[in-house]
Design a protein around this ligand. Structure first.
Ligand SMILES: C[S@@+](CC[C@H](N)C(=O)[O-])C[C@H]1O[C@@H](n2cnc3c(N)ncnc32)[C@H](O)[C@@H]1O
Length: 279
């Protein structure tokens, strides 16, 4: 694995993640035979505004039950499962982290959703799928770790069928730099590659996407992080939370994200784009 991906892989590789989540569910008194999507939400939707954002994106996507969707950079599969549950479509999730994919598979079995929701560990820059394999693309907050946006987007559109829709929900840069680190997706600047929303949009159009919807969601992100405080002393962490995915300094990361949003160093967009039909 190339160094530029290797250290990002390392960041998203906690040990024994599935068992840690099961341990926390037990501590919360959950009956493991009755665990629901909502029970896992505090840990398995690792993007700004969590499940609220996922549900808005599901409405935007309008994917149908007969479709097969690719979730690019799926993490431990929270929104992958939610997407399938709400729409009835089949979803395949891919992620760079073997530990996340192992956890995604086991959580999906726990919820008995494995017939329609599958996972695969690989890089989004080298997808092991034939051209035009998927009816839709779904990708939530992954671009930040990818330096070559055009190479990633070219690979994404390659596996999408002509006429297929892609829904992306992405963190971009703002008019000010540099970022305060660490942030939820990066311990330091060597792992974070933010570009302006305009450059991101240009990269999408450069590989052939037709942008149909483009919404700036920065104000909602600011509201979501408005109360993030600089932590003092030992962190007081919830029983179940995304700190299990990326470390106990999550409150510092949330506080820095709040500062980056408020000082226009970070922005948030959602977009729906189409791969044109071949004429
Ligand atoms: C902030 S998390 C978002 C996870 C998930 N989409 C969600 O919303 O819960 C970013 C994810 O991107 C993945 N990732 C980063 N670079 C990647 C790459 N080159 N290929 C595949 N996945 C990648 C990470 O492993 C991580 O799971």
């Amino acid at each position: 694995m190339a160094r530029d991906i290797g250290h990002i892989h390392g960041y998203y590789s906690p040990n024994d993640l599935y068992n840690k989540i099961i341990d926390r569910l037990n501590k919360l008194g959950k009956d493991l035979s009755k665990v629901t999507l909502d029970d896992l939400q505090p840990v398995d939707e690792f993007h700004i505004r969590g499940d609220a954002a996922t549900r808005e994106l599901i409405k935007l996507a309008e994917f149908r039950p007969d479709m097969h969707i690719l979730d690019v950079g799926c993490g431990i599969g929270g929104s992958t499962r939610r997407l399938s549950h709400e729409t009835g479509c089949r979803v395949t999730g891919i992620d760079l982290s073997d530990e996340y994919i192992d956890t995604a598979e086991r959580l999906t079995q726990l919820l008995n959703m494995q017939e329609r929701v599958r996972f695969h560990a690989c890089s989004a820059l080298e997808l092991p799928f034939a051209d035009s394999s998927f009816d839709g693309i779904w990708s939530l907050q992954m671009n930040m770790n990818v330096e070559d946006k055009v190479a990633w987007l070219r690979e994404t559109i390659r596996v999408l069928k002509p006429g297929g829709r892609a829904v992306l929900y992405e963190v971009c840069g703002g008019k000010n730099t540099p970022l305060y680190f660490p942030v939820p997706w990066a311990q330091d600047a060597t792992m974070s590659f933010l570009v302006s929303p305009e450059s991101f949009r240009d990269a999408m159009m450069c590989v052939g996407f037709e942008i149909q919807v483009w919404n700036d969601k920065t104000d909602l992100a600011q509201k979501a992080f408005a109360n993030a405080k600089e932590p003092v002393g030992k962190p007081k962490l919830p029983v179940l939370g995304v700190y299990l995915l990326v470390g106990n300094d999550i409150q510092t990361k949330a506080y820095n994200l709040h500062r980056n949003l408020d000082e226009q160093r970070v922005s948030l967009i959602e977009t729906l784009a189409v791969k044109p039909n071949i004429s």
